[in-house]
Design a protein around this ligand. Sequence first.
Ligand SMILES: Cc1ncc(COP(=O)(O)O)c(C=O)c1O
Length: 398
Amino acid sequence: MSTPWQRTAEGANLLGPDGSLAVTIFEEITTLANRHGAINLGQGFPDEDGPAELGRIAQDAIANGNNQYAPGKGMPDLRAAVAEHQERFYGLTPDPETEIIITTGATEAIASAILSLTGPGDEVLTFEPFYDSYGAMIGLSGAKHTTAALLAPDFMPDLATLEDGFSPRTKMVIVNNPHNPTGAMFPVEVLSEVVRLAIKYDAVILTDEVYEHLTFGPRHIPVATLPGAADRTLTVSSAGKTFSFTGWKIGWLSGPARLVAAARTVKQFLTYSSGTPFQTAIAAGLRMDESFFTDAAATLRRKRDILSEGLRAAGLDVLPSQGTYFINADTAGLGITDATGLARRLPGLIGVAAIPVPVFCHPDGARRTRSLLRFAFCKKEELLEQAAGRLATLKDRM
Ligand SMILES: Cc1ncc(COP(=O)(O)O)c(C=O)c1O
């Protein structure tokens, strides 16, 4: 399996799958959406801010002079709040001193873990489609990116062949649950098989659980809670998704002290420390009443349903989404097998923008997913209704 992310001959930049410098299709679609005044359901960020009280806490923190570097591993109060959150929701008890660091979004947690623990000669296994930053970071680390296919319509891996993705060189396996871009949530059988194989091949598990609270039925199962997992699992999460403050870029990484310490050696030189006044606010957010978390998921579920309805009315096959901001739709029923081409035309055609799923894949996976589009539904209900209306005109305009 090839990796689409490679160094240039000068070793300076990353090259994307088509050989161009790594300006992503996200930017291209956003530019097209802006040019056509389209409703942008491409990138996953909410169009409404999170709880006003958290905004006020951040403003107070700025007004009260909390504007200098936070400690490198994060403010003690936020590390304590992350530990309390892990215990309250999952019964996990990480030590805030040695087993948690605060990062600049989940992105930096992922980068720090991959860059500190893997390198040339190692393999890193992800499911495919995969969140794009894994591929880029594995490319930067110099490790080889191997994949295990998630199969539509429910985007589960084939457990009978999952072991084929592992080898004695597998240094890390990355799990993303709930899963972007598909909205799949992996049941305990899948997660346990990943853990079993990680133990067998002595691999670290990096689990990205940024959508842990944005689920529409199934209970979220943190990998670290499974038997045998805790000692080899680094868990990533982020305030961006849970609290609808994606621009604050506050994330965290937790796991055994030796792995967290390794990641910190890289985090230290990526950013050193992360947004001081926002850390204070997110500590309060993590301590909010349980109803905040369940209400946020229920609101998002309604949004998912509005968009699903619109996609169905457009003649698309809607694939199940059990969590995240995203839902996939299959364009094959409309006779379209090139979702990437369609994604480039959609903003001009009907004034809606979406992301083609093949961008989250290597070439083989891109062929498997070539008719799929990813739509984000973390937008105001009125906007989603409007998008649904526009989508309903798709068949007539093609
Ligand atoms: C699966 C996944 N991981 C990580 C991130 C990045 O999170 P953050 O904004 O906290 O860096 C995202 C954002 O879209 C995501 O979807």
